[in-house]
Design a protein around this ligand. Structure first.
Ligand SMILES: Cc1cc2nc3c(=O)[nH]c(=O)nc-3n(C[C@H](O)[C@H](O)[C@H](O)COP(=O)(O)O)c2cc1C
Length: 369
């Protein structure tokens, strides 16, 4: 698997999750293995150019955080071009363009189509960026506006001609938001639309089997995982192993989950400072807890932490609270084990709906995601 000149150690990617896929998370996931390439949260191009501290923090990286793409968001061609140059100067391997869903409904205007006009504009913006940097430029998109306007294949082809090095496609439409099932046939159409560049499929991959299914059904070159990395930070290592050997290794047990949760927390504190880091971690910890089994007490308490000592106290309280649900070895009694993860595109309706309901998604508009 290659992105431009870069040969990757696996064909597994971390999807950007704004507010989560920061340096502490990326370093934590990389350490666990199997992750071939990661992308930052989306960064506003203008804010980066203005050296806004929040934007610079989003673009922050380290020697261990490699290979890395910075995801840029913006619609002013000059700003996107200059921000891409700045990313190159920051030393990252690539720039990813957040396309969200730039192509609106296919509206006919006087024999032509609004879509073609927009595609032309988008291509010009992308060409401006590619012409200004040596590092590869990639693009991330949804399938289209709605089921009647699946514009991603056209967009992907236009972007390949403009020179992008890879396409990431989330197999849902804008109208779907985060609901419904990921459309593997839609991803396949994007794969078939491009000539040479890799297409990376994305959406609802929460198990190694789901990643393989997406690869098999769509012909995509790689799989990008977002929320699944929170349920199972080992998903990249486990999936890489599964794809190479066919052997499915079990998810790690509770002690290993706690070890990684603590590591992740310590990195938050080192990166954001103790008080701010502890506060920000309040929204991270409950994702880990999704696979803890009974966790009501933990979720209630962890969203109040203010310091390292407080974090340790919350963990200690939780361990005591959890004990009645465990056997003498400290393992959860079978009736309290969390249900297996099921990807929407591999589940029956009921199962899929239950699985999806467990996944927190943005409440606001999804234009940019
Ligand atoms: C909380 C949250 C934040 C997201 N932020 C971004 C973002 O900054 N840029 C982007 O391109 N996509 C963003 N996405 C979309 C994801 O990258 C991904 O396409 C989507 O969640 C489907 O993949 P998944 O099911 O593996 O999470 C976000 C999704 C979520 C749930």
């Amino acid at each position: 698997m290659r992105i431009g000149p870069h040969e990757l150690s696996s064909n597994l990617f971390l999807s950007p999750l704004a507010g989560y896929t920061n340096l502490p998370m990326r370093e934590t996931l990389r350490e666990l293995g199997g992750l071939g390439w990661a992308t930052t949260d989306l960064v506003n191009a203008r804010s980066l150019l203005e050296r806004n501290p929040t934007a610079l923090k989003l673009a922050a990286t380290s020697a261990a955080d490699r290979p890395l793409a910075i995801q840029l968001f913006g619609s002013v061609p000059e700003e996107m071009r200059d921000a891409a140059v700045m990313c190159q100067e920051l030393g990252v391997e690539s720039v990813d363009i957040n396309m969200g869903c730039p192509v609106r409904k296919v509206v006919s205007i006087g024999g032509g189509s609004a879509m073609m006009t927009e595609l032309g504009k988008t291509a010009a913006l992308v060409r401006g960026m590619i012409g200004a940097v040596k590092i590869p430029v990639t693009a991330k998109m949804r399938l289209g506006w709605d089921d009647d306007n699946l514009t991603a294949p056209d967009l992907a082809r236009v972007l390949e001609d403009a020179g992008v090095a890879a396409i990431f496609v989330h197999g849902r439409t804008r109208a779907q938001g985060f609901s419904g099932t990921v459309n593997l046939a839609g991803i396949r159409r994007v794969v078939e639309a491009v000539r040479k560049i890799p297409v990376i499929g994305n959406g609802d991959v929460t198990t190694p089997g789901a990643a393989k299914h997406m690869l098999d059904e769509t012909g995509c070159a790689g799989v990008s995982i977002g929320r699944g990395a929170f349920y199972d930070p080992w998903i990249f290592r486990r999936t890489d192993h599964y794809l190479r050997t066919g052997e499915l290794t079990p998810e790690p047990g509770f002690p290993e989950r706690m070890r990684v949760l603590r590591l992740h927390f310590e990195r938050y504190v080192a990166f954001y400072g103790e008080a701010h880091g502890a506060r920000l971690f309040r929204k991270v910890a409950p994702w880990y807890a999704k696979r803890f089994g009974p966790a009501k007490g933990f979720n209630r308490r962890i969203i109040t932490i203010t310091s390292c000592a407080d974090f340790e106290a919350a963990v200690a309280e939780y361990l005591a609270w959890r004990a009645p649900f465990c056997d003498e070895q400290g393992e959860l009694l079978p009736k309290y084990q969390p249900a297996p993860m099921v990807a929407s595109f591999m589940a029956g309706d009921d199962e899929g709906a239950a699985g999806r309901a467990a996944i927190p998604v943005p409440k606001g508009p999804v234009e940019v995601w």
